[in-house]
Design a protein. Structure first.
Length: 111
């Protein structure tokens, strides 16, 4: 007997992400090395940044978003690496006073 292919895709993502077609950038620091990258997509759980500067999975990062909503600072971990494309980062902490700015950014990007 043959097996049938399941056409449903499974996603581990718990929060919906939004593509950032409006030019969102983040300044990030990992182990004293700094970079400025375009954010490809964003969710309340994390983001994907375009970069050729790769870091190991599990490495901690400090993020500072450059957006009109106001200051957004966060800590994150490198969750996956896509060579030639960038890094997937998972938020581990968003500064309390910056959470409303992150919410406002997500709202703007969804419209």
């Amino acid at each position: 007997m043959g097996t049938s292919q399941n056409t449903l895709s499974y996603s581990r993502r718990l929060t919906s992400r939004v593509e950032t077609t409006q030019g969102v950038y983040v300044f990030w620091n990992i182990d004293g090395r700094e970079d400025l990258s375009r954010v490809r997509d964003l969710s309340v759980g994390g983001l994907f940044v375009e970069t050729l500067n790769f870091r190991a999975v599990g490495t901690q990062a400090k993020l500072h978003f450059l957006v009109s909503e106001g200051q957004i600072r966060a800590d994150a971990l490198v969750r996956h690496v896509k060579p030639g494309e960038g890094l997937g980062l998972k938020f581990t902490a968003v500064h309390e006073q910056d959470r409303r700015h992150l919410s406002a950014l997500m709202k703007r990007l969804r419209t």
